[in-house]
Design a protein around this ligand. Structure first.
Ligand code: URP
Ligand code: ZN
Length: 462
């Protein structure tokens, strides 16, 4: 099946030009100013893009679909509903997590995760591997994972209580092994010891309303962890990637490391750019509860500036959705299920509030949402580009379409969005995954299991 998209404005990280694009099977086979009728294969479906933008498929490089939260919760979005929701937002690839369990190998975690996604995800996917404990032959397993297509790890500097954090004395060892194997270490950076110290201050409190989340995990905690892990990576002369940078102080730490010669990179998310901590004082505070917590307007602004100045390489979402029933199970900040939905609103929010307010142009946006994550996580050029011979993952994006984001307009199984009420100008109307239209005019045409696992290559940061 061939598709010719005419009259669109192709936008890549490098250029923006009126061009036609021809897809055949799963690939882009030609890009030209105009195709003559003799050059178009028979039975080609012609799409008139009507002056809209044609973007490479968006990559949400930080998701938690079908994530189990012991003892007995699981996220609202599984791989199918999460990827449908993402597809409505122009996302054609997500990168989720295979989480090692204490006492078990990373290979076991990876194989389980592959099984869970296979036959369910409706868009393409890859995995980061989280590491919470080292064991004697882990280096061989890391090598095996790399051969299997996993090129990035996740290190938690917090969550000691639930077992996600790698013991501090093992950080250096993990970093050294990662450097040897050229695996990119991504870091959830919050200083757990500092958090414990702060908790002592409140030891006599019985109630911890949601807002206490911001007091227990203030920006200083992010600053400290970024400095510590950033310095360690600098010492080893290796790249390090900070997940969901949330604060002005965290950004300061990143700049300090970078200016002193460290190879430090970061992502942020729309919620740290657009939402503020006062939401945690509202009656429905749980709907805005994630870790790290929301900050204030000054932090939002600092992160926009960081994007403008290219200190942040990726915007993704940390999509980790729960229904309001699940969120309201607790009103104690130590017990509320952390995480919010985000994949579907990523592109329209970044376009409207990033490009729309002049922080960066559309080409830079493509870099932040598609090309950079593809390069950093080893998926380029098959993903993240519109090059001839690459995967035909595209979004037709109407820059004039105005929408007020609403709970009912979303497709996440969470049933709500923390961005309800946000006005956006610019919305994806068609999503194409490897040459197949999976969303068009607010209808889903994809299929359960239509997504495939992508074997990543070495990160471009090495
Ligand atoms: O609150 C969040 N971010 N939940 C997802 C798990 C994590 O910490 O990344
Ligand atoms: Zn996360």
């Amino acid at each position: 099946m061939s598709i010719l998209i005419k009259n669109g404005v192709l936008v890549t990280a490098e250029e923006m030009a009126e061009k036609d694009i021809l897809l055949e099977g799963e690939k882009i086979i030609a890009v030209k100013d105009e195709f003559l009728s003799g050059e178009i294969p028979e039975k080609t479906k012609i799409i008139d893009a009507d002056g809209n933008y044609i973007l490479p498929g968006i990559i949400d490089a930080h998701t938690h679909y079908f994530m189990k939260s012991p003892p007995n919760n699981v996220t609202a979005d599984d791989f199918y509903s999460g990827s449908i929701s993402a597809a409505f937002g122009g996302v054609t690839t997500f990168i989720d997590y295979a989480e090692q369990q204490k006492g078990h190998s990373i290979i076991e975690a990876f194989i389980n995760r592959l099984e869970e996604a296979k036959g369910n995800a409706a868009i393409d996917y890859s995995f980061h591997q989280s590491v919470c404990s080292l064991y004697h032959d882990i280096k061989e397993d890391l090598k095996e994972l790399k051969d299997g297509g996993v090129n990035s790890l996740k290190l938690f500097t917090t969550y000691k209580e639930d077992g996600s954090m790698l013991d501090k004395e093992d950080w250096l060892e993990l970093l050294k092994m990662s450097r040897d194997l050229k695996l990119l270490v991504t870091v959830h950076a919050e200083d757990d010891e500092m958090i414990d110290q702060i908790k002592i201050k409140y030891k006599d409190r019985e109630e911890f309303p949601p807002y206490y989340h911001t007091l227990l995990r203030p920006p200083e905690v992010e600053y400290s962890a970024i400095k510590e892990i950033g310095d360690m990576a600098k010492l080893l002369d290796m790249p390090i990637y900070i997940a969901h940078l949330s604060s002005k102080k965290g950004y300061r730490a990143l700049k300090e490391i970078k200016k002193s010669g460290g190879k430090i990179f970061a992502e942020t998310t729309p919620h740290y750019l657009l939402l503020t901590e006062d939401l945690l004082k509202k009656e429905d505070a749980q709907k805005y509860f994630m870790t790290p917590p929301l900050r204030n307007k000054e932090d939002n602004e600092a992160l926009w500036e960081a994007l403008k100045d290219k200190y942040i390489s990726v915007i993704d979402t940390d999509h980790c959705s729960y229904t309001t029933e699940q969120k309201f199970l607790s009103s104690n900040c130590l017990g509320i299920l952390a995480g919010i939905p985000g994949s579907e609103t990523l592109l329209p929010l970044v376009y409207s509030y990033g490009v729309g307010r002049g922080y960066f142009n559309v080409k830079n946006m493509v870099n932040l949402l598609s090309t950079n994550p593809a390069k950093i996580f080893g998926l380029y050029p098959e993903k993240g580009s519109l090059g001839v011979g690459t995967d035909a993952d595209l979004v037709i994006f109407d820059p004039k379409k105005e929408i007020i984001i609403s709970d009912s307009g979303q497709h996440t199984a969470a049933g709500y969005t923390p961005f309800s009420g946000f006005k956006v100008k610019g919305y994806p109307i068609t999503t194409i995954l490897r040459g197949k239209i999976i969303v068009n005019n607010n209808r889903f045409y994809g299929e359960r299991g239509g997504g495939k696992f992508l074997k990543g290559k070495e990160s471009a940061l090495y």
